[in-house]
Write a protein that binds this ligand. Structure first.
Ligand SMILES: Nc1ncnc2c1ncn2[C@@H]1O[C@H](COP(=O)(O)OP(=O)(O)OP(=O)(O)O)[C@@H](O)[C@H]1O
Length: 861
C-alpha cells in the first residue's frame, strides 16, 4: 500500500474516520511502533507529516520534501481521470496514454502552455497568458475550474482555483469591437462597464448619441449603457470554411477523414463516452446555451474615423480638419486601450468584418479544390469562433501548412490584407501560395521588397512584404517611400504576420503601430524565445489561439516521422590537444573540422544515398562548409553563391538522380525555397538555438513519402565528443524533445572504421587538415552572418554560460536506429535531479518563474 493510498484511505470523503488501523506493511514502511498513538488529523489538513505523539515519525515524507502532496486525496475513480495539477506551480501532468487524452489535450492546449509532450506523459503549465488566451477564446472561469476538476485525479488545489480566478477575473471581460464602423467597448458584464465608465480617462473618450444618431457630449462619469439585445452569437463556424464545406461536401475528402472502420468507430465512441462520463459535458445543455445567447452591453468610444494605432499625420491625403479629428480619435481610443491595460482590464480586439461597410470587400475565396486539414480548421475556429476575427497567434509545426491557414483566414475576412514575412524569398512563396490556393486575381496581389514595389489595382487587395521593409527607419528610396505612404494611408482588414517569434520586439512595435489593421494573426512553429519578447507578442498581436501537437500530426501523416540522432565523434588526440589550448573561436573550428566528424558525415551520406534519400548537410561555418563539400565532392550554397548558381544546384538536387546531397550554410534556414529532402545532417550550428534546430528539422517534415509504410526521415547532429559542442547540442534539442522527439545518441557507427573509402584515414592526412585549420584566418572562424537576427541563440548562450549546468546522459544500447543497422546508440534520460530538463522546467521550481500570485502563495506557505 503506497503512502498516497494510505492518505486516500484516511481522507476519502466517505471515510473521515480517524480510527484507522495500520496493517503490517504500513507499520513497516512508516516505522511506527505498533502501540504508537497516531494523530492522523494532520493528513486531512494539508500537513505533510504523520505526527506521532511525543515524536515525529516521518520516515517517508523527507523523501518527498516539499513535493509531498498526499494532502490532496486521490479520487475514488482516479484511474479514469487523466491529469494531476501541482499546487505549487500550476504544472499539469497528463497521462498521454489515457483513452481520453486527446480530448483532455484539446482542453489543456486552450487553457495552458504545453511544456513537454513526449509519448506517455505530457506536461503543461498554467500561466497568466495561457489563461488570458483561454478567456479570449470564450472559456469562462468557472468552466475552466469545473473541467479541470473533472479531469483531475485529485481535487484541484485551492491555490490553483484562486490563481485561475485571479487571472481570469478581469481578462477577456472587455472587448474593443469595430462594428458598423464605430468602436465599441463591449462586455457581457454590465458591472464591468459601469466600473470602467467611472474611470475619468475612459469616460472622457465615450460618445453618446441622441435618437438621430448625432453625437452629444458624454456627461462626466455617466454610466448609461447601450443594451444590445442581439446575442454576439456563439456562431462556431468559420465563414470561409462553412462555404467550402458546402461547396465540397465537407472536409471528409481529407486523407485523415477516411471512413473509420467499425472497430475504430466503436473505439472512438467508447472514448467519447468515457470523456463525457468524466467531464460530463452534456451536449444538449451546450446547445441550449447557444440558443439562449448572452446579453451584450456596450458603449461607444470616439473612433468615427476608424483610426486606431497609426500615426494620423503620415497620411498624405488627409485634410487639416480630418487630421485634427483623427488625432483626437486616436488619442481617445489609444488612451482607453492603454488605460484598460493599466487597470488590468486588457481589451480583447475583435473585428466584426462582416459589418464593416467602410472598407471595401476583397473578392477572394478558397479554390474549390482546396481542402484544409482538420487541425488547420481547428486552429481557425479559435480565431473565428464567434463570427468575428480575434487577433492572436497560431502555432503549427514546420511544414504543417501555416501558409494555408493564413490564406484561409484572409479568405474569411475578405478585406485588404497585408502579409509580412522574414525574407524576400518567403514573400514570393506567399504570393505563389495565394495564387495556388485562392481565387485571388494576379492584379490584386502585390509585393513590396527591395527589388519590387507594386501596388494592387482597385480599392482592395493584398500586399506581401518583409518586416524590415516596413519597419525600416533609414532613408528610403523615392519608390519605397511612396509605397510606405500607400501602406500607411489605408486601413487593412487583416495583418498577417509570418514567423512571429523571429522578429525583434522593437521592429514589431514599429509595424503594429504604423499599420492600421483591424485583425492581426501571427503564425509560428516555435513560440520559443528566451528573452522577454514572447510576452510582448501577447500584447502586440494577441494571445496564442492554438498550438498543435507535433507528434499527433506525425502520427496522422500530416508531417513526416523523423528519427533524430546525435552522433558523438571522438576528437583525434592531435585535434583535442589543440582544442584545449586555443581561443574559443579556433576551438569551434577545431571541433567542426575534427577528422572523425568528417568521416562520420561521409559515412552517413554514403549510407543514406544508397537508401535513396535526398540529403542536406548544414554548416553555419562557411570554412567548414566549403572544406567538407569539396573534399566529399558535393555541391554547396552559402551567402556568396550567386542566384544562378543557387538555382542550378537546387534544380539538380531536386530532379537529377545523380545529385542527392547538397551542403548549405545558414542561408538555407530562411532565405532559400528548399526542395524536399529526407535526411538532414548538421555539422556545425548556431550555438544553442532551439529555434534553428526546430526549423531545420522542419525541412524534412514535409517529405512527400511520409505516408509510405514505415517511412522515416532522418535528422543527425554530429558533435565532437568532450567539447563545448555537446553542451550546445543538448540545449538545441530541448524544444524538439519537448515536442516528443527522442534523440538517440550514437557513439559508434558500426562498420565505419573498416570502410576503406573514408577520407583522412592516415595520420599524415589528419595532420595536414589540422595544419590548415590552425592557419585559418579570423574571417574563417566566424559563422556566416546572414539573414534575420537569431536572438534566441544568443540569449540562450548567455544564460547557459551563466548557469553552467551540464547535461547528463545515461547509456543504453540497441541494434538498429529505425532501419539503420549496425549502429550502437545511447539514449537520453532525464535524471532525477531534473538536470536534463528544459530551462522552463528546470526553473519551474524556483521562485523566479513563479507568477506573482504563486510567489505570494509560496511565501505564505
Ligand atoms: N490542406 C492542405 N492540403 C494539401 N497540402 C497542404 C495543405 N496544407 C499544407 N499543405 C502543403 O504542405 C506543405 C507545407 O506547407 P507550408 O509551407 O505552408 O508549411 P509551413 O507550416 O509554413 O512550414 P514552415 O514553417 O517550414 O514554413 C506545402 O507543400 C503545402 O502546399
Amino acid at each position: 500500500m503506497s503512502k498516497r493510498k494510505i492518505d486516500e484511505a484516511s481522507t476519502s470523503e466517505e471515510e473521515e474516520d480517524s480510527d484507522v488501523q495500520l496493517d503490517d506493511e504500513l507499520q513497516l514502511r512508516l516505522h511506527v511502533p505498533r502501540n504508537a498513538n497516531l494523530d492522523i488529523s494532520s493528513l486531512n489538513t494539508g500537513h505533510n507529516e504523520v505526527v506521532i505523539e511525543g515524536q515525529k515519525s516521518d520516515l517517508i515524507s523527507h523523501m518527498f520534501g516539499k513535493e509531498d502532496y498526499t494532502y490532496l486525496p486521490l479520487k475514488k475513480d482516479h484511474l479514469s481521470r487523466p491529469l494531476w495539477i501541482s499546487p505549487e506551480n500550476g504544472h499539469i501532468i497528463l497521462e498521454g496514454f489515457s483513452p481520453i487524452a486527446e480530448q483532455a489535450q484539446d482542453f489543456l492546449v486552450a487553457i495552458s502552455e504545453p511544456v513537454s509532450r513526449p509519448a506517455h506523459i505530457h506536461e503543461y503549465k498554467l500561466t497568466p497568458y495561457s489563461l488570458y488566451a483561454a478567456v479570449s477564446v470564450g472559456l469562462e472561469t468557472e468552466d475552466i475550474i469545473e473541467v479541470l476538476n473533472r479531469l483531475s485525479k485529485v481535487p484541484v488545489p485551492e491555490s490553483i482555483t484562486q490563481f485561475i480566478r485571479q487571472c481570469t477575473l478581469s481578462y477577456g471581460k472587455v472587448k474593443l469591437v469595430l462594428k458598423h464602423n464605430r468602436y465599441y467597448v463591449e462586455s457581457s458584464h454590465p458591472e464591468t462597464l459601469q466600473m470602467l465608465l467611472k474611470d475619468q480617462i475612459i469616460s472622457s473618450g465615450r460618445i453618446v448619441r441622441d435618437d438621430n444618431d448625432q453625437v452629444i457630449t458624454a456627461p462626466e462619469g455617466s454610466s448609461a449603457l447601450l443594451v444590445n439585445n442581439k446575442p454576439t452569437g456563439k456562431d462556431l463556424s468559420i465563414p470561409g470554411i462553412q462555404q467550402q464545406q458546402q461547396q465540397q461536401g465537407g472536409l471528409e475528402e481529407d486523407n485523415e477523414k477516411k471512413p473509420l472502420s467499425l472497430e475504430e468507430q466503436a473505439k472512438k465512441q467508447q472514448e467519447e463516452k468515457l470523456f463525457g462520463a468524466v467531464v460530463q459535458i452534456d451536449k444538449e445543455d451546450e446547445e441550449d446555451d447557444l440558443d439562449e445567447g448572452e446579453q451584450v452591453h456596450s458603449f461607444e468610444i470616439a473612433a468615427e474615423q476608424v483610426e486606431k494605432l497609426k500615426n494620423p499625420c503620415i497620411s498624405f491625403r488627409v485634410s487639416l480638419p480630418q487630421m485634427i479629428d483623427r488625432i483626437l480619435t486616436l488619442r481617445s481610443s489609444k488612451n482607453i486601450k492603454k488605460r484598460c491595460n493599466d487597470i488590468d482590464y486588457p481589451m480583447l480586439e475583435e473585428y466584426d468584418f462582416r459589418n464593416d461597410t467602410v472598407n471595401a470587400n476583397l473578392e477572394i475565396d478558397l479554390k474549390p479544390t482546396t481542402v484544409i486539414r482538420p487541425y488547420q480548421e481547428k486552429s481557425l475556429s479559435k480565431m473565428f469562433g464567434n463570427g468575428r476575427a480575434r487577433s492572436g497567434i497560431i502555432v503549427l509545426p514546420c511544414g504543417a501548412g501555416k501558409t494555408l491557414v493564413g490564406i484561409t483566414a484572409a479568405c474569411t475576412i475578405k478585406k485588404s490584407c497585408l502579409v509580412l514575412c522574414t525574407s524576400s524569398v518567403s514573400v514570393m512563396q506567399w504570393k505563389q501560395q495565394f495564387l495556388q490556393w485562392s481565387s485571388i486575381k494576379e492584379n490584386q496581389i502585390a509585393v513590396f521588397t527591395s527589388d519590387c514595389k507594386e501596388k494592387f489595382s482597385g480599392s482592395s487587395g493584398i500586399v506581401i512584404s518583409t518586416y524590415s521593409m516596413v519597419a525600416n527607419k533609414r532613408k528610403r528610396s523615392y519608390d519605397a517611400q511612396k509605397m510606405m505612404e500607400f501602406l500607411e494611408s489605408r486601413e487593412w482588414g487583416f495583418l498577417l504576420l509570418d514567423e512571429v517569434h523571429v522578429v525583434p520586439a522593437n521592429m514589431f512595435r514599429t509595424v503594429v503601430t504604423t499599420i492600421a489593421a483591424h485583425a492581426k494573426l501571427g503564425l509560428t512553429a516555435t513560440l520559443v524565445r528566451e528573452d522577454e519578447k514572447i510576452d510582448d507578442l501577447n500584447f502586440l498581436i494577441g494571445p496564442k489561439l492554438y498550438e498543435a501537437n507535433w507528434m499527433d500530426l506525425a502520427n496522422k501523416g500530416h508531417i513526416a516521422n523523423v528519427q533524430c540522432a546525435e552522433i558523438w565523434c571522438p576528437m583525434t588526440p592531435e585535434f583535442y590537444k589543440e582544442y584545449l589550448q586555443e581561443n574559443s573561436r579556433k576551438r569551434t573550428l577545431l571541433y567542426v573540422m575534427n577528422p572523425k566528424k568528417f568521416q562520420a558525415c561521409q559515412y552517413l551520406i554514403q549510407y543514406h544515398e544508397t537508401r535513396g534519400d535526398k540529403i542536406i548537410v548544414f554548416s553555419d561555418n562557411v570554412y567548414a562548409l566549403v572544406e567538407y563539400a569539396k573534399k566529399l565532392g558535393k555541391p554547396y550554397i552559402y551567402g556568396g553563391t550567386g542566384q544562378q548558381e543557387r538555382m542550378r544546384i537546387l534544380q539538380n538536387f531536386q530532379y537529377n538522380p545523380a545529385v542527392n546531397t547538397i551542403f548549405l550554410s545558414k542561408v538555407g534556414d530562411t532565405s532559400i525555397d528548399l526542395p524536399e529532402a529526407t535526411c538532414l545532417i548538421q555539422i556545425s550550428s548556431h550555438y544553442g538555438s532551439r529555434r534553428q534546430e526546430a526549423q531545420r528539422l522542419g525541412r524534412i517534415l514535409r517529405a512527400k513519402r511520409r505516408n509510405d509504410e514505415g517511412f522515416n526521415a532522418f535528422f543527425y547532429s554530429l558533435v565532437s565528443r568532450d567539447t563545448q559542442e555537446m553542451y550546445y547540442s543538448t540545449k538545441r534539442q530541448q524544444f524538439l524533445i519537448d515536442q516528443g522527439y527522442a534523440f538517440k545518441v550514437i557513439t559508434n557507427l558500426e562498420g565505419m572504421d573498416s570502410d576503406p573509402n573514408l577520407v583522412f584515414r592516415t595520420h599524415q592526412e589528419q595532420m595536414d587538415l589540422l595544419k590548415g585549420v590552425l592557419l585559418a584566418n579570423e574571417a574563417d572562424l566566424k559563422d556566416e552572418e546572414f539573414g534575420t537576427v537569431d536572438d534566441v541563440g544568443r540569449i540562450t548562450d548567455r544564460k547557459v554560460a551563466a548557469k553552467g549546468r551540464p547535461a547528463k546522459r545515461s547509456v543504453t544500447t540497441s541494434k538498429t536506429l529505425a532501419g539503420g543497422d549496425n549502429m550502437a546508440y545511447l539514449e537520453y534520460s532525464r535524471n532525477s535531479g531534473g538536470q536534463f530538463s528544459s530551462r522552463g522546467r528546470g526553473q519551474a521550481g524556483s521562485s523566479k518563474e513563479h507568477h506573482a500570485f504563486f510567489k505570494k502563495f509560496l511565501g505564505r506557505k
